[in-house]
Design a protein around this ligand. Structure first.
Ligand code: MG
Length: 163
């Protein structure tokens, strides 16, 4: 990366399985549902995709390299804390967030009642104005692991600007 880079773009993707006896955490929000996402951390698939998009844009290692799921330190970790750590790294590299565009892929529960709250929650974790974060939701038309409600996935694009 050269000092001439004024904007940098990154993409993040994640998927986690739905399982019983788990809280459903999406974008730092707890969403009422009969199942939650399974993972070593709180399995917040939205914050994981956001984190990876930001790391990619900054040219940093990915979330799995930084916070390995084999490390007990990250067992049941709050993904908001991991993302907050990444925001420090990004600031140290001289970047701030231009915007985040997030797609939640979920058949159930329906995401529409939560999109705005989720955007506000993500904005709070990364420390930007709410209008810099957009959350969209898609079902998977009943096909594949997401469509059969066995998993929830997230895709995120992040734009960073040099301060
Ligand atoms: Mg993950």
């Amino acid at each position: 990366m050269t000092q001439n880079d004024t904007i940098r773009i990154g993409v993040g993707y994640d998927i986690h399985r739905l399982a019983s006896d788990r809280k459903l955490m999406l974008g730092g929000l707890e969403i009422p549902h009969d199942r939650g996402l399974l993972g070593h951390s709180d399995a917040d698939v939205v914050l994981h995709a956001v984190t990876d998009a930001l790391l990619g844009a900054a040219g940093l290692p990915d979330i799995g390299d930084l916070f390995p799921d084999t490390d007990d330190a990250f067992k049941d970790a709050d993904s908001r804390d991991l993302l907050a750590d990444v925001m420090v790294m990004i600031a140290e590299k001289g970047f701030l967030i231009g915007n985040l565009d997030v797609i939640v892929h979920a058949e159930s529960p329906k995401m529409s009642p939560y999109k705005k709250k989720m955007a506000d929650s993500i904005a709070k974790v990364v420390g930007v104005e709410p209008d810099r974060v957009n959350v969209k939701a898609k079902t998977n038309e009943g096909v594949g692991p997401v469509g059969l409600s066995n998993a929830i996935a997230c895709t995120t694009v992040a734009l960073l600007m040099r301060t």
